[in-house]
Design a protein around this ligand. Structure first.
Ligand code: 13P
Length: 236
């Protein structure tokens, strides 16, 4: 079984969420706690209500690097934990535009203190890939996670090449396995892949040394989600 993490980003509506959750709740054949929904924060209480009799877990899409205080508009890891979240995506490339590596470390610490499992995203740009800098970039993004892992904390890592996000492009299986093998040499943590995953390519991608998938666009559609979750459930 592979983990399936749906990242809705800033998409959806109350109506879309209701329909999606009702479908999930009434068709639980493939559902396990390996399915994780990263929703816009405002929709989390509603999703928790609709999914209360399912094993589906909920994730925050980001958390503040701070504990409490005068940080207008920010939401703390503790607040997400209070709402029943179990995970938080940290350092998504769409957030790394405005967040430093130091900030991702503080966000992971906030998650750990609040009982959320961090899912740290790492990934190189196309230019960095073409300049053969992939491992160098991933190493710098991963460093805070490795330090925390050495201190005994369980943090998952999602490899999301920036050029693969929303582009319809994916690395080939060999390229993913090179990164996965490099990662497995450094860490015992779960290693997830994200970037243009859909029902047509997920079965092939699942042949890589991966523990699961982080899916954006295709996860907004219940039918596509159901197909992908079903494949994940049957993969070793
Ligand atoms: P897409 O699946 O839309 O490429 O997005 C991937 C992603 O960024 C998930 O976090």
């Amino acid at each position: 079984m592979k983990n399936f993490i749906a990242n809705w980003k800033m998409n959806g509506s109350i109506e879309v969420l209701e329909t999606y959750c009702q479908h999930l709740a009434s068709n639980q054949e493939h559902l396990t706690d390996s399915m994780i929904l990263a929703l816009p924060a405002l929709y989390i209480p509603m999703a928790r209500h609709y999914l209360k009799n399912t094993p589906v877990a909920i994730a925050a899409q980001c958390v503040s690097a701070h504990n409490d205080g005068a940080y207008t508009g920010q939401l703390s890891a503790r607040m997400f934990a209070e709402l029943g979240c179990s995970y938080a995506i940290i350092g998504h490339s769409e957030r790394r535009e405005i967040e430093s590596i130091e900030s991702t470390k503080n966000q992971m610490l906030q998650c750990i203190h609040s009982g959320l499992k961090p899912i740290l995203c790492i990934g190189e740009t196309l230019q960095e890939k073409n300049e053969m800098k992939t491992i160098e970039i991933l190493t710098s993004q991963l460093q805070p996670m490795l330090t925390l892992e050495q201190q005994g904390h369980d943090i998952w890592v999602a490899y999301e090449p920036r050029w693969a996000i929303g582009s319809g492009l994916t690395p080939d299986n060999n390229e993913i396995n090179i990164v996965a093998d490099w990662f497995k040499g450094l860490s015992a943590a779960k290693f997830i892949y994200g970037g243009s995953v859909n029902p047509d390519n997920i079965e092939n991608l699942a042949k890589c040394t991966l523990d699961g998938f982080l899916v954006g666009g295709a996860s907004l559609d219940y039918n596509l989600t159901n197909q992908m979750v079903s494949i994940c459930t049957h993969c070793s």
